[in-house]
Design a protein around this ligand. Structure first.
Ligand code: DSN
Length: 431
């Protein structure tokens, strides 16, 4: 394997040493850096974490085995790991205003699966939003492990306004009497009325479980209402609007469920946690409690609205008529094209987004009738409302006429002008 030699300095470990790095991997890292800098990411589940968060990922805690929980580890030498994990837990509780937090899950999908395995017994019934209507694959999709054991029932959006129909949710719950109702997902652009969902859950004696992965940052930044005190359990990843490290999950819950939730993660499903990732999560959980982050969360919403105005102005149809979050779902089928075609056209213009099924979609997921976009990452880069309105309009023109090369070229030139010299994490967000 081709290697090159560098002077590597990490004084805390070994002083200055000469070591070798893998040139092939290093080359790919540089190419990826160039790609990220020269493109605009509109992927609704992507963001750029802060330099402080990135600094602590891969720190010396990466090599510490801290299997177990603070004060109850399976190995010795965990005095600082204990302090670190307790710090992350306290920050999570304070950021979200909840009674208990578990910060060890390797991802939100793993957190979801761990909870299902520990808290429910087949053939318990679980209820969630249909995947096609905006749900998530870890909420019982037939091809996912979560779909194998439980009796699932699904609710969706209404055909008229493509938004949740709470009367329908209630009647499905009354008919199926699930042990838990899960809400939240990956492509629902509207806010969820947690109070209404809680009333329905109470009526059928079910737990209310909110998968907050997409909007957790907007909740922590106090830009949208919190699922607490209505939710019994909240799960979330940390890398979407929350702007933290990728590959991390949080579980937030009431004290009455704390023991079961902790057991669900360890020893229920995972072994030793990644302590360097817990360090990065702790940093993130302090960042989200600053005024700067609250400003960021408000800007994410403003920018999403500006994208909406730009798209609607060019005649694009948006699922549910628009957005109340960071996420927009374009009905590209209406324009006689597919999500995969538009995904490719946008990529030619250096804009990254993803094809996505839409409610009542007639196409396969690999083609898809929709395109999903989000405003979290471009807001972190510092783009503002004016730029987002223009960007929405230029994307709209590509959607309305994907085969027109001039429209792709016009969008590409917008991207070049607006990303030149722009770092991924704008320094205005440094707290
Ligand atoms: N949940 C998937 C998404 O929304 O893109 C991945 O995190």
């Amino acid at each position: 394997m081709p290697l090159f030699i560098v002077n590597y300095k990490e004084e805390a470990i070994v002083g200055t040493v000469t070591t070798s790095l893998d040139i092939e991997v290093d080359n790919l890292v540089r190419l990826e850096e160039h790609r990220q800098l020269s493109q605009i990411s509109l992927v609704a589940s992507e963001n750029y974490s802060s330099p402080a968060v990135r600094f602590f990922e891969g720190s010396i805690f990466a090599d510490k085995n801290a299997e177990g929980y603070p004060g109850k580890r399976c190995v010795a030498g965990c005095e600082y790991a204990d302090q670190l994990e307790n710090l992350a837990i306290e920050r999570a509780k304070s950021a979200f205003g909840c009674e208990h937090a578990n910060v060890q899950a390797m991802s939100a999908t793993i957190a979801n699966f761990a909870i299902m395995n520990e808290l429910f017994q087949p053939p318990d019934g679980l209820m969630a939003m249909r995947l096609r209507d905006g749900g998530h694959l870890s909420h019982g999709a037939p091809f996912h492990a979560s779909g194998q054991n439980f009796r699932w029932c699904f609710y969706g959006v209404s055909e008229t306004d493509e938004q949740l129909d709470y009367d329908e949710v209630r009647s499905i719950a009354l008919e199926n009497r699930p042990a838990a109702i899960i809400c939240g997902g990956s492509s629902y652009p509207r806010l969820i009325d947690y109070e209404k969902m809680h009333q329905i859950a109470l009526e059928v004696d079910a737990l209310l479980w909110v998968d907050l992965a997409h909007t957790a940052g907007l909740v922590a930044g106090r830009a949208i209402p919190s699922p607490f005190p209505h939710a019994d359990i909240v799960t979330t990843s940390t890398h979407k609007t929350l702007r933290g490290p990728r590959g991390g999950g949080l579980i937030l819950c009431k004290n009455s469920l704390a023991k079961q939730i902790d057991r669900a993660i360890f020893p229920g499903l995972q072994g030793a946690p990644k302590m360097d990732m817990i360090a990065a999560r702790a940093v993130l959980l302090a960042e989200v409690q600053t005024d700067r982050f609250r400003e960021y969360a408000r800007d994410v919403l403003r920018n999403a609205k500006a994208l909406e105005r730009g798209l609607v102005h060019t005649g694009v149809t948006l699922i549910s008529g628009g957005t109340s979050s960071h996420l927009l779902l374009l009905n590209v089928l209406r324009c006689g094209t597919t999500g995969s075609e538009i995904e490719s056209s946008l990529l030619e213009a250096q804009v990254v987004a993803n094809k996505n099924p839409i409610p009542f979609d007639t196409l396969s997921p690999s083609k898809a009738g929709g395109l999903r976009i989000g405003s979290a990452a471009l807001t972190t880069r510092g783009l503002d409302e004016v730029q987002c309105f223009e960007l929405g309009g230029k994307i709209g023109k590509v959607v309305m006429s994907a085969s027109n090369p001039h429209r792709v070229a016009d969008l590409r030139s917008f991207v070049r002008q607006n990303t030149q010299g722009l770092p991924l994490f704008n320094r205005k967000w440094v707290a």
